[in-house]
Design a protein around this ligand. Structure first.
Ligand SMILES: CC(C)(COP(=O)(O)OP(=O)(O)OC[C@H]1O[C@@H](n2cnc3c(N)ncnc32)[C@H](O)[C@@H]1OP(=O)(O)O)[C@@H](O)C(=O)NCCC(=O)NCCS
Length: 283
């Protein structure tokens, strides 16, 4: 029987290494190029989840064989990571671990649950068993940085308090702790027109997101202004299928569809037609 327990802070490098090994086993299974995130960057990413969420492991024979972590913001739980060490999967380690992370959050008041699922059948089946239903693909596109243009929007330093209500509307919760992390690791701006906040956007290196806008008609200007924050030359964006405006933006510019994951949720949340997520760590 595996031991289920909390990950300690000094074990973050083990969790990050397990993730990189597992994700690259999965990428090679699907014929995709390896993920090249440096180990230290993954440790920092997991530190954010460890500090502000739930991070559990399944240990067998004195070794960590699977990791599972989630953030909880208000009553909303987002599963940030669920990975088994290659060679140790499909042997009953992950299922009980996932249920424990879910139950710990439910005991802390989580009522709405969702995740960014890979196309791995064991992972998807585990989420279905938990009551998370498929809500459409999240499509990742790659394309060139658009040429600079005079933006109709004014860009200001991002103050999380100024966008708390927009976040509650489009992302379903407020999440100042995630903005603090994102500001440390990327370029974030609030965009205004005539003194009115129309949206915000981040470039995490060349990855665009999170991005949010208040009105449908502001999609293109907010997306264009956010693209301007990235160094380029090649940008990346992951778009939920609900966001037709962002899909049209990349299709109009002939960006290349790279791959897709699946949004799985216990119930709909926010207004994803006006939101582009930050990625599978914090959504
Ligand atoms: C996802 C993962 C962490 C699960 O861990 P695991 O140790 O393999 O999980 P388990 O062996 O406990 O199986 C989990 C559940 O899925 C069920 N299951 C597995 N494959 C299934 C399938 N094809 N159809 C239906 N159910 C399936 C198992 O019966 C088990 O259910 P139970 O807990 O109710 O008995 C692991 O398989 C993995 O690392 N996969 C590759 C990486 C990945 O894609 N991770 C997900 C990122 S979002």
């Amino acid at each position: 029987m595996p031991t289920l327990r909390a990950l300690t802070e000094d074990e973050l490098p083990i969790a990050a290494e397990l993730f990189l090994t597992a994700v690259n086993e999965m990428m090679s299974r699907f014929g995709l190029p390896a993920v090249t995130v440096p180990l230290q960057a993954q440790i920092e990413a997991y530190r954010q989840v460890h500090r502000t969420g739930i991070f559990q492991v399944a240990e067998e024979g004195g070794q960590i064989g699977a990791i599972c972590c989630a953030i909880q913001r208000e009553d909303q739980w987002f599963l940030s990571g669920f990975w088994g060490r290659p060679g140790q999967t499909q042997q009953g380690l992950g299922g009980p671990l996932l249920r424990q992370v879910y139950e710990l959050a439910a005991a802390r008041g989580a009522r709405r649950f969702f995740t960014w699922s890979s196309a791995d059948p064991t992972a998807m089946a585990s989420y279905l068993r938990l009551g998370l239903w498929p809500a459409g693909p999240i499509l990742t596109f790659i394309g060139p940085k658009p040429p600079p243009e005079v933006s109709p929007l004014a860009a200001h330093p991002l103050d999380p308090a100024a966008i708390a209500e927009l976040d509650r509307e489009v992302r379903g919760v407020r999440r100042p702790e995630d903005h603090r992390y994102l500001l440390e690791h990327g370029q974030g701006r609030i965009f205004e027109r005539d003194g009115r906040v129309v949206g915000y956007g981040y470039a995490q290196g060349n990855l665009l997101g999170p991005i949010a806008w208040a009105r449908d008609e502001d999609a293109v200007s907010v997306l264009t202004a956010t693209a301007g924050l990235a160094p380029g030359p090649e940008l990346r964006i992951a778009i939920p299928s609900q966001n037709r405006a962002a899909l049209a933006f990349v299709m109009d510019r002939r960006w290349r569809l790279f791959w897709f994951a699946h949004l799985m949720q216990s119930e709909p949340f926010g207004e994803l037609s006006r939101y582009v997520p930050s990625g599978p760590l914090l959504f």
